[in-house]
Design a protein around this ligand. Sequence first.
Ligand code: 13P
Length: 211
Amino acid sequence: MTDETALREALCAYGRLLFGRGYSVGSAGNISVRLPDGYLITPTNSCLGRLEPDRISKLDGDWRHLSGERPSKEVFMHRAVLSARPQAGAVVHLHSTHATAIACLAAPGEAAPIPPLTPYFVMRIGRSLPVIPYYRPGDAAMEPAIHAAAAEARAVLLANHGPVVSGATLDDAVYAAEELEEAARLALLLRGQPARELTAAQVDDLLSTFG
Ligand code: 13P
């Protein structure tokens, strides 16, 4: 099995997992993976729960469509993150409910709309989660705003739309997207209550230990 074949299968398996957990519904959400010679991205209007390895869109190194079905309309979003973060190998975009709720509450420009309540949120997402202004889905105009924010952050929240999460590998990007959704759920559950946040020293310790 080639690496690309394995990645196509992993992409479909993770799509099923995210859909099964209710983190995407209908045809919402898209996933991209960097290859040595280009990118794989989920086709537009596809259901993450029913992806097929042979139908995944393949793009060349300049993001031109080579094979498979028509790529996600959010190709600009994925390009923004993968070009801003050479260390990133994959990007997951979801409309998962709790992260999207925070994306509706937070002000565009806000840097950390979810507090550091748990270690795994800090370890997977880091210190910041910039909130990008609202753009229509598929609007190429979002690319510079996401690119600038993603250079400094592993994940961003698109106002009134949802999270865009990167990782060094597809596994990392999916784990981070799952952690972000659960951290958003916790933040909303604890809103208005005197929840104890991790201290700045505890956050520093996590980031210096786990990177
Ligand atoms: P695509 O079906 O084009 O991937 O778009 C889905 C989506 O999540 C839009 O934000």
